[in-house]
Design a protein around this ligand. Sequence first.
Ligand code: C2E
Ligand code: MG
Ligand code: MG
Length: 637
Amino acid sequence: MAQRSIERGRRQVPLPNWLAGRLGVGRAVLHTPDDPAEDRALIARSLAFLFLAGATLSVVWLMLPHEQRTEDPGVIAMTAGAYAVGLLLFFGFDHLPQWVLKGSVTAATVVITGAIFSNHENGSVYVFFYLWATVYAFSYFTLRQALLQTAFVGVAFGAVLFIQRDVWQEEWARWLMVIGSTMAAGLLVRFLTGTLRHRSLHDPLTGLANRTLYLKKLDEALAVTDEDERPPSVAVLFLDLDGFKYVNDSLGHHVGDGLLTAVGDRLRATARPDDLTARFGGDEFALLCRDVDDEADALSIGQRINEALTEGFQVGDHELHISASVGVSISGTGGCDSGTLLRDADAAMYAAKARGRARCELFGDSLRQKMVERLEIENELRPALERDQFEIHYQPIVTLEDRHIVGVEALVRWRHPVRGLISPGDFIPIAEDTGLIVPIGRMVLYRACVQLAAWDASGGPLAGISLSVNLSARQLPHGELLANLDTALARARIAPDRLTLELTESILMDEESGPAETLAALRRRGVRLSLDDFGTGYSSLSYLQRFALDELKLDRSFVSGLGHGGSEDAITGAVLALAGALGVPVVAEGIEHEHQAQTLRRLGAQHGQGYLFARPALPDELERSLGGQPEMRLLAS
Ligand code: C2E
Ligand code: MG
Ligand code: MG
């Protein structure tokens, strides 16, 4: 089915492939110009070339030893005019208003017709003017106007040929040929214009509308008001396929393209006949629905799409399953423009992704509120860094055997003057987006190292423990990281092997950021590396070996399901056994209950971290909670 669709996509350009490629239309060119003006300019340039070539030919013709032709100042003026207009078109097309261009065509046609009627003998220049005018008219006038113009001049020719048949005699056949070939050229240019315009407004792979056409139609739909001048009710549905990248990466772009085409077909079939289906690029699609009753109506369209996609896709030999996260925004509350609608649908789509994918979310009040909050956090983050509003809490990591503290994980918090303590989950992703994670991460690393040195110096219960610090993807490609690390370790006088940097799977998977090089440099310094949140991502143990990691942190999601006699125990047991076989020690995160700690210990985990032992706390609170057994480093329970 998908293969057929691809074929159909190819057939949208009714030209053989070799010609389409040469002309720059159709599948041979995969990029799509965003602006139809590009096509206009392209055609105008070819016309200008045509016109200049025509004028050159007419000069040659004028110079031939014909009766008095070279001496005719009118003809010379015309030829010079032809050059001037050609150059004007060539260089000035982008800047000249449409009416000047159309006006010049009309003027040229009138001049030629007048000249023919006055039976001017030196017809060549006029023929070329005519050639230009006609081809031009076919490109930029409506088909009716262009045909009318051709007919108009054709009738003039006919009349002259008839009245002056003695003078024209052998010439008439040549003139008729000129008229015929000019019309053919005009029609060809018109066809190419249509193809180019179609290409500039459609996605070459799926044949769906592209973003430019979608925006145009959305603007048009929003401009229409009903008899009571009420604003239109338009819904924008924005779709992003879940996990499409994996299809592309694992099965190749050819299969990826086939899947996109099949999804495009499915969407078109699911949408109502009046809806516009578009592909914005990559795995992003959009639907434009007019006459939507209310939010529930819009949501039901989104849900219908989700349902339609649950049925698998046959792409070549592969049976593929894919879902989409759909974001919906609707107009109707007034003051809605296309940009806002799209932005809101985009935000709703991200919310759908965050809430587990394969679902549809509406951009409503709560999402709007969240976006406002996000924007506030974004704006306040930098000043917060300057005003030193961040603090670092430390959560102990203990041995499951006898609950000794072997280390702490540094966890950053934002002490907001109004909102109180903000947890990292609420600002780290924003800091990552804005790049502020780099200075924040630098600060955390430095302060945590200094704190570790202070515990060492105090000779208290926490002297000699190890320190774990989280690292974001954004910090990794930064050359600064290594320098910061060296500075922090040197200033705090800490041996590198007492520091563990926690990385998530997504960092390791991101080949582009080149983690391997930085990780190798970190390892050379003797710093330990840990795989954080194992079980939330791909859960591939291969990273442990590939990057020679020193530790695995089993995510809370693994731990929370333990001890109910379900399959979780078996899966966790298998992961722990594999890690054990690879010689990589495991820290189990988020242990809240005694039975979890017992089970994990039985299954072979060495270390644990969680509320059962201690919550993250400021250094002095942590020291206080250890008050009872300083030497043993045991937590007071
Ligand atoms: P993480 O690295 O997986 O840290 C463990 C998270 O689990 C912490 O959340 C911790 O408070 C929480 N936790 C520990 N024990 C339990 C438990 O028994 N039950 C439950 N429900 N939760 C427990 P926190 O502090 O909110 O941090 C969230 C995430 O923010 C961290 O996950 C880490 O990925 C990120 N993060 C924190 N500090 C930093 C930092 O300095 N830099 C970077 N890049 N990320 C950080
Ligand atoms: Mg961590
Ligand atoms: Mg974790």
